[in-house]
Design a protein around this ligand. Structure first.
Ligand SMILES: Cc1cc2nc3c(=O)[nH]c(=O)nc-3n(C[C@H](O)[C@H](O)[C@H](O)COP(=O)(O)O)c2cc1C
Length: 336
C-alpha cells in the first residue's frame, strides 16, 4: 500500500477502488468516464492472445486496436488471456507495443469459449501450467504483471492462495480475486472471507472483487478479506461514477455527486457520441443500447414500453438522441 493508493511493482495507483475488466463493456469510452470520476485503475477488455495473432481479419484487427486504445492519465493496463506460451509471449509484446504499463493475465473468465482452451479460469485446474504461463509473461514483460483469478475451479479446489503464492514467487505484482469459483459462474453470492487466505499467503497487494456495489459493501469486503483494494464490475454499469465514489468513500475524501437531470443527460449524450466515434455509426448504435438501458435503469427513469423499445431498436443515432432527450424532458414534466 502506498498512502491512499496501491503500488503494483513500481506503478502507483491513485486509489483503492478499481474498475474490473468487462468484455464488451469497459471499452475506451467507458474507461475514460470511470477515470474522469476518480477510478483508481481501469483495465482493458480481455484480449485473447490466440485471436490477436492468428491471422486476424480486418475486423478483428480493428477490434484489437480499439481494445488497446488508451486515454487519460491512469496507468495503461492491458488484460491478456491465453493457454500457450507462444500466444502469451506475442500477446505480451502487442500489449507492450501499445504502451501497457501493467499486463494483467486473465485466470478468472468462466466462459466455455475461453475455458475449453485451458485459458481463463480453467488454468486454475492446472496450477503447474498456470505457473509456467505466468513465468512466461513475467519474463516477456518489461512492466509489472498482475493476475485476475477466482477462488478456484470448484468447491473441492479452492486453490487461489496456492496459485497467488506461486505467482508472487514468479514475480507477479498484484492479484485480484473474484470471490466465486468457476463452477459458480455468476450464481449465488460472492464470498469475500475466503480471500483472506490469499491475502495472508502473499505480500503483494490483493484486490477483492465480486458483488461490490456501494461503499458499504466495499468496506465489508475489505474487512472480511483484508484486501488492499476493491474491484467493481457490474455495479458500474450505467453508473461509471460509482468506482470513483467508492474510492473516495474508502479514503474519507469528498466523492463527486451522482449526476442527475440535465447533467446526466449531457453525460449520456457525450458518452453516446464517444461510442459512435469509437465504433463507427452502425456498430456504435448497437453497442450503445445496453449502456442506455443501464443508465435508464440506474437513474430509475420511467420509460413507456414504446419509448423503451424505440430507444433500444432505433438504427438512426440522431433519432436515438432525440428520444433520449424526450425521456429526460418527460421526467422533468413529471417532477414539476
Ligand atoms: C459482461 C462481463 C464481461 C466480463 N469480462 C471480463 C474480462 O474480459 N476479463 C476478466 O477478467 N473478467 C471479466 N468479467 C468478470 C468481471 O471482471 C468481474 O470479475 C465479475 O463481474 C465479478 O465482479 P462484479 O460482481 O463486481 O461484477 C466480466 C464480467 C461480465 C459481467
Amino acid at each position: 500500500m502506498n498512502g491512499r493508493g496501491i503500488l503494483v511493482g513500481d506503478v502507483s495507483l491513485p486509489g483503492r477502488a478499481l474498475l474490473a475488466p468487462m468484455a464488451g463493456i469497459t471499452d475506451a469510452p467507458f474507461r475514460g468516464l470511470a477515470e474522469e470520476f476518480g477510478a483508481g485503475l481501469v483495465v482493458s477488455e480481455m484480449i485473447a492472445s490466440a485471436n490477436l495473432v492468428a491471422r486476424p481479419s480486418k475486423a478483428q484487427h480493428r477490434e484489437m486496436v480499439r481494445k488497446l486504445e488508451h486515454r487519460g492519465k491512469l496507468p495503461h493496463v492491458v488484460q491478456i488471456a491465453g493457454n500457450e506460451e507462444k500466444w502469451l509471449v506475442l500477446g505480451t509484446k502487442i500489449a507492450s507495443d501499445a504502451g501497457a504499463e501493467i499486463i494483467d493475465i486473465n485466470m478468472g473468465c468462466p466462459s466455455k469459449k475461453v475455458t475449453n482452451g485451458y485459458a481463463g479460469s480453467a488454468l486454475m485446474r492446472v496450477p503447474d501450467r498456470a505457473l509456467r504461463l505466468i513465468e512466461t509473461v513475467v519474463n516477456a514483460a518489461k512492466v509489472p504483471v498482475s493476475v485476475k483469478m477466482r477462488l478456484g475451479w470448484n468447491e473441492e479446489n479452492l486453490n487461489a492462495a496456492q496459485i497467488a503464492r506461486s505467482a508472487e514467487g514468479a514475480g507477479v505484482q498484484m492479484v485480484a480475486v473474484h470471490g466465486r469459483t468457476r463452477q459458480q459462474f455468476y450464481k449465488g453470492k460472492a464470498r469475500w472471507e475466503p480471500v483472506r487466505e490469499v491475502v495472508e499467503a502473499v505480500k503483494i497487494p490483493v484486490i477483492i472483487n465480486g458483488d461490490i456495489i456501494d461503499p458499504a459493501s466495499a468496506r465489508k469486503a475489505l474487512t472480511e478479506s483484508g484486501a488492499a483494494g476493491v474491484m467493481i464490475g457490474r455495479g458500474a454499469q450505467g453508473q461509471p461514477w460509482l468506482v470513483g465514489q467508492i474510492g473516495a468513500a474508502l479514503n474519507g475524501s469528498q466523492p463527486q455527486g451522482t449526476p442527475s437531470g440535465p447533467v446526466l443527460l449531457q453525460l449520456i449524450l457525450n458518452h453516446y457520441e464517444d461510442m459512435l466515434c469509437a465504433y463507427g455509426k452502425e456498430l456504435g448504435v448497437r453497442v450503445a443500447r445496453k449502456h442506455l438501458r443501464w443508465y435508464f435503469g440506474a437513474a430509475k427513469l420511467e420509460l413507456s414500453r414504446e419509448t423503451s423499445r424505440a430507444v433500444l431498436t432505433e438504427a438512426s443515432p440522431e433519432k436515438v438522441k432525440v428520444l433520449v432527450r424526450e425521456v429526460f424532458s418527460r421526467q422533468e414534466e413529471v417532477a414539476a
